[in-house]
Design a binder for this molecule. Sequence first.
Ligand code: ADP
Ligand code: ADP
Length: 229
Amino acid sequence: DGVVRFENVRFAYDPARPILRGVSFDVPAGRTVAIVGPSGAGKSTLSRLLFRFYEPQAGRILVDGQDIAGVRQASLRAAIGMVPQDTVLFNDTIGYNIRYGRWDATPAEVRAAASLAQIDRFISALPEGYDTPVGERGLKLSGGEKQRVAIARTILKGPPILVLDEATSALDSFTEREIQDALDTVSQGRTTLVIAHRLSTVVNADEIIVLDKGVIVERGDHATLLEQD
Ligand code: ADP
Ligand code: ADP
């Protein structure tokens, strides 16, 4: 059913420099929890631990009640869809890029995923810089549009849990809002952990956790956190 739980997680890349100093939170089934905080706070490290790229030095991480220390990375990747900050596209159409890893998907399924992620108008286009037919130019996709391709790919795979690393740092506010709309749509009814750079992009999260220097310094919904500012 997709429940994620961090229990007093401690982690350091370098033992002399703790990055996470006892972080605990839950993402209940079907809910959206956002982690916000300044660059270097440890947000991306949380998602790397969730996929077992690294192991916590203390505490534990549970998915559906099971300590992930005993779960293979391949199983975690099947259960948890990751939308990264930077999406590298394959040398083929946007539609192919969305179908990647779900070769059994029907064209209607691919279109539905593309439409949810609001990238359907580009489905048969080739990204710029690839083998476009002579006389044609490839499509120049913005960072936000590339991220929407990744969102559509994740929707099509349909994992019960989503991790979204927001690519908002390089986006203008119009694109940021569009991405936010797409994220709101795909996180409906899914267990979603959003790594966000700004409070303004996670208005609809059920809970917002503010992380600073590896410690949770505030938590609440958007309105509550704004009152405290
Ligand atoms: P963001 O803008 O998302 O907060 P950062 O600028 O902090 O990202 O880091 C970008 C990426 O560089 C991180 O995802 C991390 O993998 C990598 N990184 C950051 N600091 C280090 C480091 N000291 N050693 C190795 N990799 C690092
Ligand atoms: P955030 O996502 O909040 O920007 P990160 O989790 O990427 O923060 O990084 C937290 C801290 O860990 C930063 O000080 C960063 O420089 C450091 N860091 C990140 N990745 C590595 C790494 N692979 N090796 C060493 N230090 C790292």
